[in-house]
Structure formats: structure tokens, C-alpha cells
Design a protein around this ligand. Structure first.
Ligand SMILES: NC(=O)c1ccc[n+]([C@@H]2O[C@H](COP(=O)([O-])OP(=O)(O)OC[C@H]3O[C@@H](n4cnc5c(N)ncnc54)[C@H](OP(=O)(O)O)[C@@H]3O)[C@@H](O)[C@H]2O)c1
Length: 236
């Protein structure tokens, strides 16, 4: 079985965020830069650098002398070549184009994380596309392009961007994790546990990712219909 985690120094990783200029990307960067080196990815290097500078300023302000990591900008394709771990923080619609662009360039030891949710807003509410249209879960779609599938871990689907970006907030929620390789899952679990108040809950292999992904449109409907701001989930 493939396992990359044994090669990693978990205390100081190179974490690449494809689509890191978006809201979730900012949150991941601000949460993990305390200890790790973060590479904000974009299709456009200038946009990546501008976002990285802005996030780094926020991080210095938030952490002061406790900040030991860094945040810099890089093109999506380039960061896949040298990072220990890459998060696909991109819209579902761009999964295929982005994965095919990076697939040949990903370093052999890199773990890939997908928080992608295939959903759509309709009149009745937010819906999960694999149920509505019979398409694959995001994790399965990613695995069509990123090989071997053991390097893929799925997580973070039910974490609200607004709360993730607010580094002073204790999230006090769980996130469900799916993956085929236990060592890679453990690496992600350890990164998840570095975020204040976030607990990883393992669901099973990557093929179970739909069970985590579908919770996002469900939460958004609950939020909208009941006026609950930035809801999250916790298993008790
Ligand atoms: N937002 C949330 O609260 C939340 C919660 C849980 C899970 N998620 C999931 O996390 C992922 C990221 O969410 P997000 O809200 O941060 O996404 P986003 O802001 O909509 O997009 C993130 C980045 O993706 C890049 N991008 C946009 N269109 C693209 C395209 N056609 N091709 C390639 N790259 C494109 C853009 O970066 P550049 O233009 O710089 O390349 C953009 O800044 C999504 O799959 C979402 O379902 C989001």
C-alpha cells in the first residue's frame, strides 16, 4: 500500500493550496502558517503573490513572535511539484481542468486533500449533484485524475470559511475524513488537530466521501431556513 507520511516531518510541512486565493484557502493558510510553510496557489502568479502578502501581514498581526512558518505565492501547477501536501481548494466545476493540469506534475510523495463539494443552489434549496444528476462524488472525480488514489484524502467539507479565517475562534466542530491509506489519513488528522477546536472523525475509505460531501448542502439549507449563521457539526 502507498504511504507517503512516513517520509514527512509533521512538525514543518510544505503545504500547497491550489485555489488558495479563495476564502477557504485564506483560512487554511492562516491556521497552518504558525508551524508550516504555506504556498498559496493560483492560476495567476501575481494574484497568488498578492494574496500571500496580504495573508502574511494578517498572520504577523495575529501570531506575533509565535509565527514560525511562512506564506508565499506560487502558480498552482508549480506548487504541486514540491509540496508535501496539496489542498484542492477550488470550485467543483474546475475539478477536472485543475486536476488534469497538475496531475503530471505532482511530486511522488505528495498527499492530495479534497474539501470539494459538488452542489448547486436551486429554488428548493442547495442540492448535492451526485444525487441529483448521478455524477461522481468530488473525491471520486479527483481520483480519476490524481493517481494513485491512496494519496487522496477527503476532509473539511462542513467547515465554514468565515470561522476558519477567524484564527481567534475555537471552531468547536468536527470534520469528517475519508481516505484509503491510514498513514495519509493520520497526517491529515494531525493537521486538523492543529486547528483550534477542530476534531477529525474518520468515516472510511475514499469511496465514502459522498457521506461527508452531502452534509454541506444540508447544512446550508439548515442555515438559510432557520437563520443559523455559519453552522457546523459535532458528533456526540
Ligand atoms: N467556502 C466555504 O465555506 C466552504 C466550506 C466547505 C467546503 N468548501 C469547498 O472548498 C472549495 C473551495 O471553496 P472556496 O469558497 O474557497 O472557493 P472559491 O473562493 O469559489 O474559489 C477558490 C479559488 O479557486 C480558483 N478558481 C475559480 N474558478 C476556477 C476555475 N474555473 N479553474 C481553476 N481555478 C478556479 C480561484 O483562484 P484563482 O482565480 O486565483 O486561480 C479562486 O480564488 C470548494 O470546492 C468548496 O465547495 C467551501
Amino acid at each position: 500500500m502507498f504511504s507517503y507520511s512516513s517520509l514527512l516531518d509533521l512538525n514543518r510541512m510544505k503545504i500547497g493550496i491550489v485555489g488558495g486565493t479563495g476564502g477557504m484557502g485564506e483560512g487554511f493558510a492562516l491556521r497552518w502558517c504558525v508551524n508550516h510553510d504555506i504556498f498559496i496557489g493560483s492560476r495567476d502568479a501575481t494574484r497568488a503573490n498578492e494574496a500571500a502578502t496580504q495573508y502574511m501581514n494578517s498572520a504577523r498581526e495575529a501570531y506575533g513572535s509565535n509565527l514560525t512558518g511562512s506564506i508565499s505565492g506560487e502558480e498552482n501547477v508549480r506548487l504541486s511539484e514540491f509540496c508535501d501536501l496539496v489542498i484542492l481548494s477550488i470550485p467543483y466545476e474546475s475539478t477536472e481542468s485543475t486536476c488534469s493540469a497538475i496531475s503530471e506534475r505532482i511530486s511522488p510523495n505528495c498527499i492530495i486533500v479534497t474539501p470539494i463539494v459538488p452542489m448547486r443552489r436551486e429554488d428548493k434549496g442547495f442540492t448535492y449533484l451526485p444525487l441529483e444528476e448521478g455524477v461522481k462524488s468530488a473525491a471520486e472525480l479527483v481520483s480519476d485524475y490524481i493517481r494513485p488514489r491512496e494519496r487522496i484524502v477527503s476532509a473539511f467539507h462542513t467547515i465554514a470559511e468565515v470561522k476558519l479565517k477567524d484564527v481567534k475562534q475555537n471552531l468547536a466542530v468536527d470534520t469528517f475524513v475519508c481516505g484509503d491509506d491510514q498513514n495519509n489519513v493520520s497526517t491529515i488528522n494531525s493537521l486538523i488537530s492543529e486547528i483550534k477546536g477542530l476534531r477529525p472523525i474518520y468515516l472510511g475509505p475514499l469511496s465514502m466521501s459522498y457521506q461527508a460531501e452531502i452534509l454541506t448542502p444540508m447544512l446550508l439549507n439548515a442555515s438559510k431556513r432557520n437563520k443559523i449563521k455559519h453552522p457546523g457539526l459535532m458528533v456526540t
